[in-house]
Design a protein around this ligand. Sequence first.
Ligand code: IMP
Length: 427
Amino acid sequence: MPALVLLGAQWGDEGKGKATDLLGGSVDYVVRYQGGNNAGHTVVVGDQKYALHLLPSGILSPNCVPVIGNGVVVDPAVLLTELRGLQERGVDTSRLLISGNAHLITPYHQTLDKVTERFLGKRRIGTTGRGIGPSYADKINRVGIRVQDLFDESILRQKVEAALHDKNQILVKLFNRRAIGVDEVVGEYLGYADRIREYVADTTLILNDALDQGKVVLLEGGQGTLLDVDHGTYPFVTSSNPTAGGACTGSGIGPTKISRVIGILKAYTTRVGAGPFPTELLDADGDALRTIGGERGVTTGRDRRCGWFDAVIARYATRVNGLTDFFLTKLDVLTGWEQIPVCVAYDVDGQRVEELPHNQSDFHHAKPIYETLPGWNEDITGAKSFSDLPKNAQAYVRALEEMSGAPISAIGVGPGRTETIEINSFL
Ligand code: IMP
């Protein structure tokens, strides 16, 4: 049995938590492969609501092993707080596995993230301020600290010293901040070692053995396609690869083992942080989508920017991820609109463009070209099958599918675990 990838097809926050959780009951491993506690998944189980940032949502499924892969950046303080929060609510967290090769987020990464953003002023990215970018930068610069370094004090000290050598110069001389002491960081991080040790494993070996034994592995992206550092709206992106290729490097599973790549697609569009967003609505419709859809960041509490569905983006996500399926979420949020505009192409300086502009300035100028589809008023949250949906909702889904380039295999019609219409099984 193969591996499946589940990732956001837009700018993240498409409702991956619900989709992963739905599959989590029938898969053996759920792996986070990139990002860190910049992500936010809301999972509703019965009357309980869980907000997860770093932990894979599979942690809520008792028969599933949740894995933090090598491609993730881990803030140990956040990890332990999140684990404690779940344990206090009776969730068994003992199955968790963390790659020893995952990189750590340290206090200097968080400080650098915040001061850099402040100094960028109007050009800021709008990061989550969690230290994600600086931690990945250290990884690529080969001065990062990995989870396995926690278990060797002398190595940890050497690496923290090396990392702080430049950073303290930057913090003090460039940003006018206090220097961060090596002992401070080493002391704090050694304190985490014993509490994390039991979870640390060679996850690449375990996952490949599991696949050889016929187990099902679900690889879950933390952010969306357009936040990808290579394929997203650079520089308004996160510092890792949520797109499908990142699932391989971030887990150590080869591409030949992956059979399905499922894109989570919201029935409209949202984004947090700065950067271009052609279908953004700065009017009452945008406010209504935000209110009805509960579009407020799980991680930062920031209001999400909201707009109509953008088929150009969905087609792009199909292309750069090789998507085999879509999971359409939050269709119920669109109930009550008489007409629903859908962006089918862009107008870039007077030219009709069907594909995402390769040139960044063109994307900044792109104006949406809309087709308008008829809406519906019926409550769809109880729909169990596609045929239970009102005719106009069915037509909306079919139109999106045709424009987006991959079949819509599941539809979310409400926030609860069971409020999902499955059209084709993912397994
Ligand atoms: P960073 O990942 O904190 O460096 O932030 C970079 C950009 O990615 C900012 O625009 C963030 O708002 C955005 N971002 C990071 N994580 C998420 C997420 O889980 N959902 C939506 N946007 C995110």
